[in-house]
Design a binder for this molecule. Structure first.
Ligand code: PNS
Length: 168
């Protein structure tokens, strides 16, 4: 059975890696589905996010990374996935996720959303918080995979200098 782990992954964090590894242990194939949405003004382009996630997840043989635009249910259909896996860190995540799960069910009744709980030590991590810490020079080494540390520091420095062009 193929499962999708969708998200923005701007950038991938250690919490994401933990979630994908848990999904990979449960399902035959896992497709990490990166939303290519410029409306969210991501720090990293979809291609950059795909490459950072691909490198971080390279050790998981049944995982591949792809990007999508439009509705998740259409992408799930296109790759033959019947399951969407989401991580829950806290109650607020559930409030947000349940509305998406119910909307996705309305759109595609056969697509199930499954929630997994990740490692407690990552439950405070989010890409947005990690970007903020990086922007102001905090240490993000324990928050993101090793290959993301330098690209994130470099992008933070560019943004601090105001030299980053969003569609790069
Ligand atoms: O990492 P994020 O930003 O919490 O991920 C959100 C994501 C990408 C899973 C969600 O925004 C999504 O599925 N977007 C695709 C558009 C879509 O299908 N919208 C209707 C879902 S209810």
């Amino acid at each position: 059975m193929t499962a999708l782990v969708p998200g923005t992954f701007d950038p991938i964090t250690l919490g994401h890696v933990d979630l994908v590894a848990r999904a990979a242990a449960l399902f035959d194939q896992v497709v990490v589905a990166i939303l290519d949405n410029t409306a969210k003004a991501p720090w990293f382009s979809a291609a950059e996010r795909e490459s950072l996630a691909g490198a971080a997840l390279a050790g998981l043989g049944n995982v591949r990374v792809d990007s999508f635009t439009g509705l998740l249910v259409h992408f799930a259909d296109a790759v033959g996935a019947r399951v969407v896996v989401k991580g829950l860190r806290c109650g607020a995540d559930f409030d947000y996720e349940r509305t998406m799960a119910l909307m996705n069910r309305q759109l595609a009744p056969r697509l199930e959303t499954v929630f997994l709980t990740g490692e407690a030590r990552y439950s405070h991590l989010s890409s947005s918080l990690v970007r903020e810490v990086a922007l102001f020079g905090g240490d993000i080494a324990n928050c993101v995979p090793p290959g993301v540390i330098e690209p994130l520091r470099a992008r933070a420095a560019e943004r601090k200098r105001g030299r980053h062009h969003p569609d790069a």
